[in-house]
Design a protein around this ligand. Structure first.
Ligand SMILES: *[C@@H]1O[C@H](CO)[C@@H](O)[C@H](O)[C@H]1NC(C)=O
Ligand SMILES: *[C@@H]1O[C@H](CO)[C@@H](O)[C@H](O)[C@H]1NC(C)=O
Length: 303
């Protein structure tokens, strides 16, 4: 008994913990939203729904700029408790863009985790695709598919309960995700099991669920790293509670919102396991996204 207790104490001391996590959200190029900001030339953006989603689980957010050097991302990771790669629409081949920043961030986070730190990364939709892109050092392995404006249940793998993401998930959440059309898909690229096999990803990553697009093309909808706190989902939980464009046909049922909250809570609890923080109050306040005002696009958002 004694050696185990001593080890636990040591681990807690090494990793530390926080109950006030700060999460970085990676921004992206504005190709997909330029028409929403007539006359303004923004360099990058973050959809407000991702910020609200993390805040609803008890986190604060800092924006991560694209096009910065390695020192910037290193410092950002040292000061935050986890990172979210959001969905959206941009190319992976733009120099100094979303994918380049993602690669630098992933490489630093992987190294930290390998050295015993606990630094989570979450990828949603394009962010999920980015996770695989950077895990393979910048390889384009996505397949074309068609899954836009569709809500579906997850098709869980038989061993999904062995995953970190679902080993402690309440039964009602799992039942809802298994039976109801509550995971909202909006993507024209997919990742497949064959791709994971061909690229030797299955030894490090667990496929947790799959789905089929409109042409019955099967794609991976949830996966996680077996060793590190890296999680990815192809659907959009944040839209259920924080996006309201009627032409998108989003799910807003109590079950959709409850499952969305499950994913947010899970990720934020993971980020509480390290003790990264800003060196002082002033630099923390200056970094937070509260320094930026959301820009309401509803009036440009033609239904
Ligand atoms: C990036 O990829 C897109 C789509 O495949 C292509 O249209 C574009 O020309 C590429 N841009 C660069 C800078 O290579
Ligand atoms: C990481 O941040 C802490 C403050 O929270 C600081 O003391 C430390 O020097 C930083 N480490 C590096 C490598 O920048």
């Amino acid at each position: 008994m004694l050696p185990f207790c001593v080890l636990s104490l040591l681990l807690v001391q090494t990793l530390g913990a926080t109950d006030v996590p700060i999460i970085g959200i990676l921004s992206q190029e504005t190709f997909s939203v330029n028409s929403l900001f007539p006359g303004i030339n923004y360099d990058s953006f973050i959809a407000a729904s991702y910020v609200k989603y993390l805040e609803s689980a008890g986190a604060r957010v800092v924006p991560i700029m694209i096009g910065k050097n390695k020192e910037y991302y290193k410092e950002l990771i040292n000061h935050t408790n986890g990172i979210l790669f959001p969905g959206g629409a941009t190319f992976f081949n733009q120099s100094d863009g979303y994918a380049d920043a993602g690669q630098i961030i992933y490489d630093i986070a992987l190294e930290l985790n390998k050295n015993g730190d606990y630094y989570p990364i979450w990828g949603t939709c394009l962010g999920m695709e980015l996770m695989v892109h950077v895990a393979l050092g910048g390889k384009e392995v996505r397949s074309h598919c068609s899954a836009t404006k569709i809500s579906m249940p997850l098709e869980f793998k038989s061993d999904f309960r062995t995953s970190k993401l679902f080993s402690n998930a309440p039964d009602d959440i799992v039942e809802d995700l298994t039976n109801l059309d509550i995971t909202y898909n909006s993507h024209n690229y997919c990742l497949t099991e064959e791709t994971f096999e061909e690229n030797n990803l299955l030894k490090d990553w667990q496929i947790i669920s799959t789905n089929k697009d409109v042409n019955d093309f099967e794609f991976i909808s949830v996966f996680e790293s077996k060793k590190y706190p890296f999680y990815s989902i192809q659907f959009h939980p944040e839209k259920a509670n924080f996006e309201f464009k009627s032409s998108l046909i989003l799910p807003h049922s109590a079950e959709a919102i409850k499952s969305s909250q499950y994913f947010a809570n899970f990720f934020i609890e993971e980020t509480k396991k390290n003790s990264h923080k800003y060196p002082d109050w002033q630099s923390e306040q200056e970094a937070l996204i509260y320094n930026y005002s959301p820009h309401f696009t509803g009036l440009q958002n033609i239904q």
